[in-house]
Design a binder for this molecule. Structure first.
Ligand code: MN
Length: 361
């Protein structure tokens, strides 16, 4: 077998000798031979393909630990793993893109200008919750009021779930965000939210999901943890804008399960994240550009699990106002047998401006 020196192999693989030494230490790519006296590493020509794959995956930004697991897979399974990795990068980049756009506006003073010209957002809203046809108790909560719409799906014994859900929503209701400070105010409020929820329910095993839309001035933010969902109807299209924090969704993300398999998986309701009072759970939070004509739907899984997305779309597109949309959505869950509690909230971003600020701006 012809062996290459580390320098020759590095040139052929387009990796540095330093990188090759690191990959050896991490067990990613062992030299074919290490001279017992000099310690010189030599590589076989047949190892080039593996080395190039490592180099390509590094260029993709994949962490070394994840590369090691890709290298251990058959090509087909490795392809699925790379696709899953890229989907996650894409989702994270999208969240960061929104934050970057907000910061550019903020730092260039455009957000201030925007508030003077467009004034505060005007939003119409409604919310409703229903026990359904099977459950004995309603542990879902829904809220709609000035500056906030929210749903929470509580879980746990003796009504603790409902207390947890109500506490989570109450914490956001009291939020005071000065103009342009919504994100900062939220970050502060969410830091202690999980512990607050735990203290409010007072029962071990109680917890809740929380999905909320908040607005202040011209800013609109989304808060989300668990498997309740937020959808956005914009330009006639319905988009889901939250990611389920469920075990099956993470298996789909990792390429270990298809969407169809996830829908019938025995553990499909198992959450990987929720507010459980342990003190270390924290919802995702993001700012969104609000556009007149946008309609937001927040709902618990008691609606999204039993109604098809096309049905939600049809109701949201046709209902004349949020209150009517909420009535029709709860009727939709009943039409599917309403096996679970249902909560939903609908918020419309209205055209035009809100009085005082616009009149002076
Ligand atoms: Mn539920």
């Amino acid at each position: 077998m012809e062996l290459l020196t580390i320098g020759a192999f590095a040139r052929a693989a387009r990796l540095s000798p330093k990188a090759l030494r690191l990959y050896d230490e991490l067990g990613l790519l062992r030299p074919a031979e290490v001279d017992p006296v000099s310690g010189y590493r030599r590589y076989a020509a047949g190892q080039l393909e593996r080395a190039r794959l490592v180099a390509w995956l590094r260029r993709l930004g994949m962490p070394l630990a994840r590369i090691r697991s890709v290298l251990a897979l058959e090509p087909g399974a490795a392809a699925v793993e790379v696709a899953a990795y890229w989907e996650r990068v894409r989702a994270e980049t999208e969240a960061r893109r929104q934050l970057a756009a907000f910061l550019v506006d903020h730092l260039s003073g455009r957000s201030t200008t925007m508030e003077h010209t467009t004034g505060a957002l005007r939003v119409a809203y409604a919310a409703g919750s229903d026990r359904g046809l099977v459950r004995e108790r309603n542990d879902d909560c829904a809220y709609a009021g000035p500056g906030l719409v929210a749903v929470a799906d509580g879980m746990g014994p003796q009504g603790g779930g409902q207390q947890a859900g109500e506490a989570a929503i109450a914490a956001l209701r009291g939020l005071e965000a000065p103009a342009g400070e919504l994100l900062n105010a939220l970050e502060d409020a969410l830091a202690g939210l999980d512990a607050e929820v735990g203290a409010a329910s007072g029962l071990p095993g109680a917890g809740t999901t929380l999905t909320a839309v908040l607005w202040s001035g011209s800013q609109l933010a989304l808060v989300h943890i668990g498997d309740s969902r937020a959808y956005l109807l914009r330009d006639g299209e319905l988009l889901r804008i939250t990611h389920d924090h469920t075990l099956v969704q993470s298996m789909v993300d990792e390429g270990r399960l298809t969407l169809a398999e996830a829908a019938s998986h025995p553990q499909r309701t198992l959450l990987v994240r929720a507010l459980t009072g342990s003190g270390d759970s924290r919802p995702d939070v993001s700012l969104h550009a609000a556009r007149p004509g946008d309609r937001y739907l927040l709902c618990s899984d008691g609606l999204s699990r039993w109604a098809a997305e096309e049905q939600l779309h049809a109701v949201l597109a046709a209902a004349p106002d949020p209150a009517e949309a909420v009535r029709r959505l709860i009727a939709l869950a009943h039409g599917a047998g309403a096996p679970d509690n249902v909560a939903c909230a609908v918020a419309d971003v209205l055209p035009g401006v809100a009085g005082a600020q616009a009149a002076t701006g």
